[in-house]
Design a protein around this ligand. Structure first.
Ligand SMILES: Nc1nc2c(ncn2[C@@H]2O[C@H](COP(=O)(O)OP(=O)(O)OP(=O)(O)O)[C@@H](O)[C@H]2O)c(=O)[nH]1
Ligand SMILES: [Mg+2]
Length: 409
């Protein structure tokens, strides 16, 4: 240990870059434990990223994701690949319970020397990816794994997050979904590069595949040359006596074809997009005379996001001596406008609605946090929470913008 100076700490361990299991496991543990040098380690990985094909697999609980991962492992191993698997909150592992090690978890392939499996808890991020998931994917990428598979239970936020991490996003739909699930499929369609109907040996699988194909046809026609989302039916039942595997080779082909189409390292481009959006939000805020006149400052921006603050002055008060509703609206509307324009496309507000929950007085600092709720080609919807310093919500705002297709720069 004594030989490790600050200079060597900035380099990833050589064993990790050679793909040595112990080094990989140690790096992941340091990241998971939030060790003091974890941030330096992830930063040092950056020059070694972008080679692996990252596949994200999401879908409802019990949809058959882990079974599919196991089957994919078999197919990819047969092609001579080294594969890393990150299972976020695995609630129903294919083999064995949570007490068993990660390698045992994925059945026979889990123990294969070319396979590295890690389970992570999503740790207080309900339905979301563990904040360390991205860093673990980076470790596996830097360690030279050809494919990194991330399995996560689809529930709102995680689907959005998997969009940022994965190059190829596979949404698994088991057969026989009821009407209420139909509605949520619309969101699923937006993020899927491949739609997989799992458990194709069960009744109803064909109907589900037909449903999904119909829903895809209802979407706005993708532009020429855009990726066409295929619907694939797969039976991957791992248990002995189950119907033989079916549709797996076609799934692997479609996955590789998508990788050729979309490339690897999408999450790295997403980083660049995030940085550009953040800079744009700060720039737009700084060039807005109305924002300056009201003493509003922008503290943070990102794709579809903005946070602004305002310390209430005496001239923000109304005749009751509390903050004027118009001042709160101004603050919320500023966050709304910045978030809506963060992508670089000109967004014009066409509707806004606000509720007031609490009175506030001069001297208090209010914060407004805007986030994108939905976005299509022409319309986007934002939600803004206005809070006091203690975090209590003062006001809730929703707004819709029209996108005319023009760009800011
Ligand atoms: N008949 C049939 N059953 C399957 C198939 N694939 C998975 N199953 C069963 O479906 C159940 C759930 O499978 P998993 O692979 O654990 O599903 P999951 O989506 O990973 O589940 P969670 O991680 O808990 O969200 C298990 O009982 C599997 O045996 C299949 O192709 N056919
Ligand atoms: Mg699972």
């Amino acid at each position: 240990m004594s030989g490790h100076g600050p200079a060597t700490d900035a380099l990833p361990p050589a064993g990790l870059l050679r793909g040595e299991r112990r080094a990989v496991a140690r790096a992941i543990s340091r990241i998971e434990q939030g060790a003091p040098d974890a941030a330096a380690l992830t930063a040092a990985l950056v020059p070694h990223l972008g080679r692996a094909h990252v596949i994200g697999i999401t879908g409802a609980p019990g949809a058959g994701k882990s079974t599919l991962v196991h089957a994919l492992l078999g197919e990819l191993l047969a092609r001579g690949q080294r594969i890393g698997v990150v299972a976020v909150d695995p609630s129903s592992p294919v083999t064995g319970g949570a007490v068993l090690g990660d390698r045992v978890r994925m059945g026979e392939h889990g123990a294969h020397p070319q396979v590295f499996i890690r389970s992570v808890a999503s740790r207080g991020h309900p339905g979301g990816l563990s904040p360390t998931t991205r860093a673990i994917v980076d470790v596996l990428d830097a360690a030279g794994f050809d494919t990194v598979i991330v399995e996560t239970v689809g529930a709102g936020q995680s689907e959005v997050e998997i969009l940022r991490v994965a190059d190829t996003r596979i949404v698994v739909c088991p057969p026989g979904l009821g009407d209420e699930v139909q509605a949520s499929k619309a969101g699923i369609l937006e993020i899927a590069d491949l739609l997989v109907v799992s458990k194709a040996d069960l009744p109803g699988a064909e109907a589900t595949a037909r449903d999904l194909r119909e829903m895809l046809q209802l979407r706005t026609k993708p532009p020429a040359g855009a990726w066409k989302v295929p619907v694939l039916s797969v039976s991957a039942g791992a248990a002995p006596g189950r119907a033989a595997h079916q549709g797996l080779a076609a799934l692997v082909e479609a996955t590789l074809e998508h990788a050729r189409h979309a490339g690897h390292g999408r999450r790295l481009h997403a980083d660049a997009r995030t940085a550009a959006a953040s800079a744009r939000v700060l720039r737009l805020a700084a060039s807005d005379p109305f924002v300056a006149a009201n003493g509003i400052t922008c503290v943070r921006g990102g794709p579809g996001q903005a946070e602004v603050r305002m310390t209430l002055r005496p001239d923000h008060l109304n005749f009751n001596g509390t903050c004027h509703g118009g001042a709160i609206f101004t603050l919320a509307d500023t966050a709304f406008g910045l978030a809506a324009n963060s992508h670089g496309a000109v967004a014009a507000g066409i509707d806004a609605h606000i509720t007031y929950q609490q009175a506030v007085g001069a001297g208090e600092t209010l914060s407004a946090q805007a986030r994108e709720v939905s976005r299509s080609r022409r319309l986007a919807v934002y939600r803004v929470d206005v809070t006091r310093e203690d975090g209590r919500v003062v006001s809730s705002f929703t707004g819709t913008v029209y996108l005319n297709g023009e760009q800011h720069e």
